[in-house]
Design a protein around this ligand. Sequence first.
Ligand code: MGD
Ligand code: MGD
Ligand code: SF4
Ligand code: MO
Length: 763
Amino acid sequence: MSSTELESPDTDASVHYRTCPLCEATCGLEITLKGQDVQRIRGDRDDVFSKGFICPKGSTIKDLDADPNRVQRPLIKEGGVFREATWDEAFALIDERLGDIRQRHGNNAVGIYVGNPNAHSLSGAFYLPDVLRSFRTKNLFSASTVDQMPKQVSGGLMFGTALSIPVPDVDHTDYLLMLGANPYESNGSLFTAPDLPGRLVALRARGGRLVVVDPRRSKTAQHADEHLAILPGSDSYWLFALLHVLFAEELVDLGHMEDWVEGLDTVRRLSLEFSPETVAVRCGIDADTTRRIARELASAPTAVVYGRIGTCTQEFGTLSSWLVDVLNTVTGNLDRRGGAMFTTPLAGGPTTRGTSGSGRGVRFGRWTSRDGSPEVYGEYPVATLPSEIETPGEGQIRAMIVIGGNPVSSNPDSTRVARAFESLDFHVSVDMYVNETSRHADVILPTNRILTKSHYDMSLYRLATRNVANWSPAVLALNESIDERQEWETLLRLAALGDGLGTDVDVVALDDAKARKLCELAWGPQGDAATDVAHTKKKSVEDWYQAVSVRRGPDRLLDISLRTGPYGAPSEVLPDGLSLDVLEANPHGIDLGPLQPRLPEVLRTPSGRIELAPELLVDDVERLRSRLVDVSADSTSLLLVGRRHVRSNNSWMHNVRVLVKGKNRCTLHVHPDDADRVSVRDGEHAVLESSVGSIVVRVEVTDAVMRGVVSLPHGWGQHDEGVVLDVARSVESANTNAVIPARVDVPSGNAILTGVRVTLRRS
Ligand SMILES: Nc1nc2c(c(=O)[nH]1)N[C@H]1C(S)=C(S)[C@@H](COP(=O)(O)OP(=O)(O)OC[C@H]3O[C@@H](n4cnc5c(=O)[nH]c(N)nc54)[C@H](O)[C@@H]3O)O[C@H]1N2
Ligand SMILES: Nc1nc2c(c(=O)[nH]1)N[C@H]1C(S)=C(S)[C@@H](COP(=O)(O)OP(=O)(O)OC[C@H]3O[C@@H](n4cnc5c(=O)[nH]c(N)nc54)[C@H](O)[C@@H]3O)O[C@H]1N2
Ligand code: SF4
Ligand SMILES: [Mo]
């Protein structure tokens, strides 16, 4: 069975269906080809989840794949300039240099950074762990610590795994309180729901209420019933004040969770000192409003609190992330229809594996970095990466492997990050651009074009608002004339190199061994194969391995995950059980319906209960307390926040001309009163300065930002020498991370990117 259907008598034309991998919304695309030429990309109206919705980025995949600035073949830097090389040549150089560095300085001398696109890549899902393991280094970093790590920490502590993150049941809720998220531009995050704007419109149309808490009147705030402007970084105080009211007015009602909750009294005690009056000035929200919202939350038939990047990348990111789910719990809205629910991922995941109802839970700080940063889920904070590269001594990072990431753009104190990368002895980037980061590399290994990859969003389907699955086979063939290779093969080769197997490896054999091992694990006493075995009646692990080995690479591994996942066994809805064959036969996806209550089975805490007051977080409340009066506040400085635009995607899509044309979007939003105060005018240049640097920005005066707050989007400023991004370079822009100091939220190590103190002056 194939997802290709002939649409016209023109035998050359074919229509293919493909999930968009660019953001978390997982929209279905309908792609018309003529031969190997992409004629058109539009929304797949039959997609079970997105039903035809796409954003302006989805249809630009053709432009991305055809970008003349794409790195086509491996590049090796010689005498300061890149030259094209063969894969063998590139791998031989990597092997020689990394081998030498590891031998002389130990395994920790090699650091690895993995970026955001890996979360959307089937290759990344299955082969990246091999790379991370193979180099036996503790110096592992990722974009998670400039993003969602606080939510993973709070969810892990409360419910037991790194992916125990409840998702708003947006399609059924009566009340959505949203903090620090702007899905009208971002299309949702840790909350996979294609056409989230449409779902929010539907929520309001059925009589529900949407309240948005954001220092900016964002597009989502404009489309809400109510917008509360909050001072950046103060969400934890406000969330505590909501709890304060709920306890004081006896509105706490655990409902069906009564038997599963531990620590309610501790939370009540902690909330006592954060009354709406106490936090009003710090948050910029008056006490009456706070009381009213608390009552609305408690009285709505169903309600859900949701916080995203604005609540994570802040001084108290973990506390905010935690309090969001505490509120969901104490209002009885956790794990019930219309509340905050857990996905049952069709391909399985940490919340479906192992013993149901309890587990090992999570532990952090099992080892620490040289500067004392505790590991969190095996990684160190990216904010500390430059110092790990620059500080001499045992364990100093001398070489970096960067995979699908652009830390020089996306990490705080970016000027220092650039300097640190420049000082490395060796650096390899797996990327398709020579950008802010990879320009420093000694070797660049290109990734293959999006449409030559098969796709299944392993990570984001674990956080989806319905239980869905959709697999897309590759639409285009690899371009042999440039020796284009699948990224999973590149990752497998890198892993082999890390394992000391050298460069002369048989990738097919390595992949077979990996699949066989996965089969054996699934077959073993701890494994999940039983579900599939039951219906395939395979006699041995070998039979089973042969059955899945009609495919190779990540597709085979996905098939194993599907067969051993929660829907692998035959059921009423899937009489044959779930497998990749089933998904292949359903090119518009499979929808197993709205989220279902999963308590207590979803829990993996050692206690088998919801830990409402984990010690690590309770201890961090002291830090919150100590900052109730913001002593660094003064009348001349401003608080910097970010923003996203629907035509952007972090740092790497500004090279698509149709997305950047028109109005310049890298402007600094300044409130009219602040503009007057510092004498800057709309459209003028100004200097934005902080303790770590200064940048020249174009000012846009608008009352969409709170007084005292300025906003600049991230991911811009592609003007460094050597960056090969012709379109992005032609746009006037600056990198906001050049003025953001490298500071972290303590429990998670996540970078503080919002609420940063800056000054503004005329240039
Ligand atoms: N100030 C500020 N900084 C921020 C943020 C913010 O809100 N404010 N947001 C943060 C967030 S949420 C994130 S997720 C990070 C992102 O941080 P990063 O992941 O470091 O950066 P990206 O811009 O996503 O860069 C992705 C890189 O991967 C490459 N790439 C794209 N597709 C592929 C592929 O299929 N394979 C490979 N190998 N490479 C590919 C791109 O060319 C690009 O170089 O930025 C963070 N930085
Ligand atoms: N078009 C587009 N879509 C994207 C991306 C992109 O770059 N472009 N990136 C993707 C990625 S990697 C991610 S992680 C997601 C992020 O998805 P979202 O979390 O929805 O991110 P944003 O759209 O940046 O919205 C964050 C909002 O938080 C507000 N904010 C800032 N500081 C605070 C604060 O202290 N408190 C509160 N309450 N609010 C605050 C900002 O003003 C902003 O409106 O988007 C994804 N989708
Ligand atoms: S919303 Fe996200 S997944 Fe949907 S088309 Fe746009 S970029 Fe792709
Ligand atoms: Mo992100």
